[in-house]
Design a protein around this ligand. Structure first.
Ligand code: TEU
Length: 528
């Protein structure tokens, strides 16, 4: 393992609304998290990333921030956040907070002031307000496609329109304005001063906009709002702020082009960015190997560690995705409603967990991934995600991966902590996945994660450092790490022989009588 903790850390993502309910009101909160910090320490992760806990109308699950400097009353208080950061540190856990710089909530003081101040005011310059097109300004100022479905412009009563790449309740900030830059650097300092070790940057490639707000044309470069060159100046400046504290960034940078992606990871910009290659990749050996190679190749020249992500709060949960015929995640289709073989999906998720944990770099684990939670079906009347409503109901939305966690099988709402119905309904079989049940089961996914994370800490060869592919049978991914550490994943339909070894950990056992590795499983070995 390396001196820079973030180069090979395992980082656990907490979605506070659904992690644990400390006050019983049906919504997860910081009291719930504080009570469960020992669980995270025992799991063996290095850091915890919290999706936004700031004051918010929660139109987009907190990614609509009304005040970046305190905590939403639904989740607790700033004082509790400070205590949480301290208690986490005492358990050896670093805290990463989520900064949302592209947009604010329409309830943020700046946007309310901009609405009140009217056209031509300095307050409106902090956003993208424009007159409309058409004889009466009745058409939006341009044709930009939205990140969710629906229009990107909303008209206000005085006739002007404002830009929002997401929902109308998330007006985009004008990053060409110095006050916007100053404010966010102050917000960074605010949280670094409270001891956070890092910041996740939401929608990091979207902040800068073409100043002319020219129409989007398919296939024309540069895109008017994705990956503009101006962003790098912003992140270089952020880096100097973080360096003053020894803090780190992880950027949410969705870009198909590897070279453009790597520019964000240059030594004076972001330390890390999410690598989503496992999401887009089907459970196929050649494609996985190509994705791993491409990821390592794009990170190597800039010296940044790769990150590995199997799941997060925006995508279909891993065991469900891997249990379907279409094992890649596709934002357009989400393979919604297709039959799922959960036993197969879980087997593959176990194999994928060991695979990502054996690769060079750092790994993200989304809450409930260590429990093998499947994607939940949310009854139509209970859906909360704006992505669903903006699609006219065709998109199921992202609530299915955000369901309150099961902690105790024989407690109301599987021990989530609520004394009333939680904000999203839990499936009837949720108690089967509860932490207490899995803790007592040596064959559970939770036990596999605990064992794997403990080995990853104590055994040499994991984390940062070289990896070399080994010659292997078709359908098999086998690679070598330092100190004779070997990883093998069998994606073929037949058992495969293993090299001479001492066995460290098997994702799903047993080996065959001939000592071969069965299909859809992974193994960690130490060379003899
Ligand atoms: O996600 C960014 C986001 O939704 C898009 O980049 C999306 O992934 C892409 O359009 C897919 O086509 C972040 C958060 O993770 C998400 O929960 C928020 O809803 C969103 O930003 C807005 O803040």
């Amino acid at each position: 393992m390396s001196a820079d903790w973030w180069r090979d850390a395992v980082i656990y993502q907490v979605y506070p609304r659904s992690f644990a309910d400390g006050d019983g009101d049906g919504t997860g909160d910081l009291a719930g998290v504080r009570a469960r910090l020992p669980y995270l320490a025992q799991l063996g992760v290095d850091a915890v990333w919290f999706t936004p806990w700031y004051v918010s109308p929660l139109v987009d699950g907190g990614y609509d921030v009304a005040d970046y400097r305190t905590v939403d009353p639904a989740f607790g208080t700033l004082d509790e956040a400070e205590k949480l950061i301290e208690e986490a540190a005492a358990l050896g856990l670093r805290v990463i907070v989520d900064i949302v710089p592209n947009h604010v909530s329409d309830q943020h003081a700046w946007f309310r002031a901009a609405l009140a101040a009217g056209p031509g005011s300095p307050e409106r310059e902090l956003f993208h307000f424009r007159p409309g097109r058409g004889p009466h300004g009745e058409l939006p100022p341009n044709n930009w496609p939205s990140q969710f479905s629906g229009p990107t412009w909303t008209r206000v009563p005085d006739g002007e329109w404002y830009l929002h790449l997401f929902t109308p309740q998330q007006p985009d900030l004008n990053w060409a304005h110095p006050a916007v830059r100053r404010e966010h650097e102050d917000v960074l300092r605010f949280w670094f001063d409270r001891g956070v070790a890092g910041v996740r940057i939401d929608s990091a490639a979207l902040l800068a906009k073409d100043p002319a707000l020219a129409d989007f044309e398919e296939g024309v470069d540069p895109h008017p709002y994705i990956d503009l060159d101006e962003l790098h100046d912003i992140y270089r400046s952020w880096r100097t702020v973080a360096d003053g504290y020894g803090a780190v960034f992880v950027g949410e940078v969705w870009l198909p082009d590897a070279e453009r992606f790597a520019r964000y990871l240059r030594p004076d910009e972001l330390h890390t960015a999410f690598n989503f290659s496992f999401l887009a990749c089907p459970w196929e050996p050649e494609r996985l190997r190509a994705g791993i190679d491409a990821t390592l190749a794009e990170h190597a020249p800039v010296g940044a560690p790769a990150t590995w992500v199997l799941c997060n709060h925006d995508v279909t949960r891993t065991v469900t995705r891997y249990g379907r015929a279409d094992t890649a995640f596709d934002f357009a289709t989400k393979a919604y409603g297709t039959p799922t073989d959960l036993a197969l999906g879980t087997r593959r998720a176990r194999a994928a967990a060991l695979l990502t944990l054996a690769l060079p770099g750092s790994v993200y684990v989304y809450q409930g991934e260590e429990l093998g939670l499947p994607e939940a079906d949310i009854p139509p009347g209970r859906v909360r995600d704006p992505m669903h409503f903006r699609s006219g109901g065709t998109d199921p939305g992202r609530d299915g991966c955000r369901v309150p966690l099961p902690w105790t099988a024989d407690a109301p709402w599987a021990g989530f902590g609520s004394t009333t119905e939680p904000w999203l309904p839990q499936p009837a079989d949720w108690p089967d996945y509860a932490v207490d049940r899995q803790s007592a089961d040596p064959g559970s996914l939770l036990t596999l994660y605990r064992t794997a994370l403990a080995l990853r800490r104590t055994e040499p060869g994991f984390g940062d450092g070289p990896m070399d592919w080994l010659p292997a049978a078709p359908g098999v991914l086998a690679f070598h790490r330092p100190y004779g550490l070997l990883h093998v994943t069998n994606l073929s339909a037949e058992p495969v022989p293993l090299p001479p070894h001492a066995l460290l950990l098997l994702a799903s056992g047993p080996l065959t009588e001939a000592g071969e590795l069965p299909p859809d499983t992974s193994v960690w070995l130490r060379e003899d």
